[in-house]
Write a protein of this length. Structure first.
Length: 310
């Protein structure tokens, strides 16, 4: 019966469209920067889709840090989240260039959107006139065939602890994007104040762009918006499946995990993408971690046997 139900289940939407749209927009933004340069991004930012950077006159990727940039590039393109501390780091880099007599062009690409507070920090630091700003509307990151995420770890602190509502607009625009690509939605259900605010703003955006999803076959039936403060307990429960063990030990970020030298037994770290395309991982990700090691041990023996036959 379970197998029959699985066969009858509709195919999930092609969330790869989101990645392709984000990729094309980022390429367009990079091509607006004349000449060769070096984009920089802060640690913890959402990973952009893989890009042929050299084909778009990008020399190298750097991490944004509060110290002079060791680069001979004639311009910097900062790909960043709209965070105050990141703006101060960028200002430190620009002011350090000024102090050393270095002349460059600077462009800041905010993802998913630009905030007024960021511009104010740049103005306070005396560098607002030295930069040009743009937005990369990368609202949703596909983590797997049936999972997408906004990847906003700061949202909980900003909204629920500090009462900052600035991310509500990003949620509404993410809903608008989903509705335009895969809608129209059947129904929307919500629990909580933030859910209500996001829904109302999304409906306003839909009214302004009425007709974008009209006539399309809906690929997403219903939308459920639930505030985190309606259920704190679930997020605090111990993860007892294999994927949870990997996350607790190494931290899964944007659907991938970095294995350092202590795992690779070399000087280099390895980044591994964890999704359904990895056949072994897809078999064990939802299994209790106590039953996984026997499975992996058998897999290892089978591989060794195949290698010995050769």
């Amino acid at each position: 019966m379970a197998a029959a139900a699985q066969r009858d289940a509709p195919e999930p939407p092609d969330f790869g469209i989101l990645k392709r749209l984000a990729r094309d927009q980022l390429i367009y933004l990079l091509e607006q920067v004349r000449g060769r340069g070096g984009p920089a991004r802060p640690g913890g930012a959402a990973e952009p889709p893989p890009l042929p950077l050299p084909q778009h006159e990008v020399d190298k990727l750097y991490k944004v840090e509060s110290r002079p940039a060791l680069s001979t590039s004639e311009q910097f393109c900062f790909l960043v989240r709209p965070r105050i501390r990141t703006m101060r780091s960028i200002a430190d880099i620009i002011n350090a260039d000024k102090m050393s007599g270095r002349s460059r062009k600077y462009k800041i690409i905010f993802s998913p959107q630009k905030f007024y507070a960021c511009e104010m920090v740049l103005e306070e630091e005396g560098v607002f006139g030295d930069v040009t700003c743009d937005e990369w509307s990368f609202y949703l990151l596909p983590l797997d065939e049936d999972i997408i995420s906004m990847e906003l770890p700061e949202f909980f602190r900003d909204y629920f602890l500090e009462g900052d509502h600035r991310w509500v607009n990003s949620i509404a625009r993410a809903l608008q994007l989903l509705n335009s690509l895969y809608g129209p939605f059947g129904k929307a259900y919500g629990i909580g104040r933030c859910a209500k605010m996001s829904y109302e703003l999304w409906r306003e955006l839909e009214e302004e762009n009425e007709g974008d999803s009209q006539g399309r076959k809906p690929e997403i039936g219903n939308v459920f918006l639930m505030d985190r403060d309606t259920d704190y307990v679930t997020a605090l429960c111990s993860q007892v499946v294999y994927e949870g063990l990997v996350d607790d030990t190494f931290r899964i970020k944007c659907g991938s995990v970095d294995f350092g030298p202590e795992v690779t037994s070399s000087d280099k770290s390895i980044k591994v993408l964890l999704n359904a395309q990895d056949k072994v991982f897809s078999q064990i990700r939802n299994e209790h971690f106590s039953s996984v090691f026997g499975f992996l041990s058998q897999k290892s023996r089978n591989l060794q046997a195949q290698y010995d036959v050769r």
